[in-house]
Design a protein around this ligand. Structure first.
Ligand code: AGP
Length: 367
């Protein structure tokens, strides 16, 4: 395993540039085109056990929680099982009801995050079934779980997680399709999504080719004391992760908000001094997202859109970062990649210690 910088200035950049290869690694040998379903033998769940799941609860911390939220949405959308995500740091303290028909999913790059590990022990102690979505093989969380999906992202050194998060999102997409295909997700939809997953490594490479333009946008954003990151439904976990990454290494205040909630309060903050980074996928909500952007533009708020080439912003003045289109259910995975580059280049411009941001550790293993 390669822990060296291999000529790069920072681990974070090395790691986000490794993503086409690491995404290939998590998918390798796990996609069955014929039946339009993934093969996730490590879950240790037979089809009957999968069909008996009535609810899915995802737990993780920080960015792992945000990707968990993305994953819960995929599971609910594709498998039609009620699903949600919660920070493990909250879950462990609230004496949660543990149900035998719920599948608990613990997400962690390191597999050593104390809050997540303790939440897993509590679920197991009450007789719940937990699977892990974990990068480090043989880690505490991986060992405590009843089964799981290893991420195969390779070692991640930078505190700001990149390739492991992308692989978590890919693992959740596979889990969602798998649970869907033992229920009502049709073989043709399964095949469509499997083909979409197969395109993702190449499409990540396309996003990364756009690094210079994203770096220009990042430099301009780095001058703002505060930034909004907005998105709705599939776009909201992307916005949350975008704000998290930006805060971690640029030390700028960044707040994620649902685009749908702006008019209920935060619109009062919009001014020429407060830029907004908006996640605008091409899906059934594009029109509504454009409506929210109009509201911001009309109040002089500078706009950056992380979007797809065929979304038309009309007269709106928007700095756009275009990401290739995949299948709408999978687009959040690709839309998250530019967020990493925005944070990295803002922090680089500001001269911060990118791989070891102040006050943070790579994994929080103590209480
Ligand atoms: C990600 O950029 C963060 N450094 C942080 O939120 C991290 O995702 C979190 O601490 C969870 O770590 P884990 O995945 O190793 O459990």
């Amino acid at each position: 395993e390669d822990f060296s910088l291999s000529g790069y200035e920072h681990y974070m950049r090395k790691e986000y540039l490794e993503q086409p290869a690491s995404a290939e690694a998590v998918l390798r040998g796990r996609l069955d085109d014929r039946f339009g379903t993934p093969r996730l033998n490590g879950l240790n769940l037979d089809p009957r056990a999968k069909r008996e799941i009535r609810r899915v609860k995802v737990i993780g911390c920080g960015s792992a929680f945000y990707v968990g939220q993305m994953g819960a949405q995929m599971i609910e959308e594709l498998a039609r099982i009620p699903a949600d995500a919660e920070p493990a740091s909250e879950f462990r303290y609230r004496n949660a009801v543990i149900e035998p028909t719920t599948l608990y999913v613990a997400v962690s790059q390191s597999g050593e995050t104390a809050d997540t590990a303790i939440a897993v022990d509590e679920i197991k102690r009450k007789g719940g079934r937990v699977v892990g979505v974990v990068n480090v093989v043989g880690s505490s969380i991986a060992r405590a779980c009843d089964g799981g999906i290893y991420l195969h992202a390779g070692p991640e050194v930078s505190v700001a997680s990149t390739k492991a998060l992308t692989n978590m999102a890919l693992a959740f997409a596979m889990l969602a399709i798998d649970l869907g295909r033992v229920r009502d997700l049709s073989v043709s939809n399964g095949r469509r999504l499997i083909a979409g997953l197969q395109r993702i490594p190449g499409q990540i490479a396309q996003v990364l080719e756009n690094e210079d333009q994203i770096a220009d946008v990042a430099k301009r954003l780095s001058g703002a004391p505060s930034i909004f990151f907005i998105g709705r439904v599939r776009g909201f976990p992307v916005a949350r992760e975008g704000a998290q990454k930006f805060k971690e290494i640029s030390y700028r205040h960044a707040e994620a908000y649902q685009s749908s909630e702006l008019k209920h309060g935060p619109l009062a903050l919009i001014s020429p001094e407060l830029p907004t980074v908006a996640v605008v996928p091409h899906d059934e909500l594009t029109g509504r997202n454009l409506g929210a952007l109009q509201e911001i533009g009309a109040r002089g708020g500078p706009l950056v859109a992380v979007t797809h080439g065929d979304v038309d912003f009309g007269e709106l003045i928007v700095e756009r970062i275009d990401v290739p289109r995949n299948e709408p259910e999978l687009d959040p995975i690709l839309l998250t990649v530019p967020m990493q580059l925005l944070a990295y280049h803002a922090a680089l411009h500001l001269g911060h210690d990118i791989d070891k941001p102040r006050n943070l550790a790579k994994s929080v293993t103590v209480e």
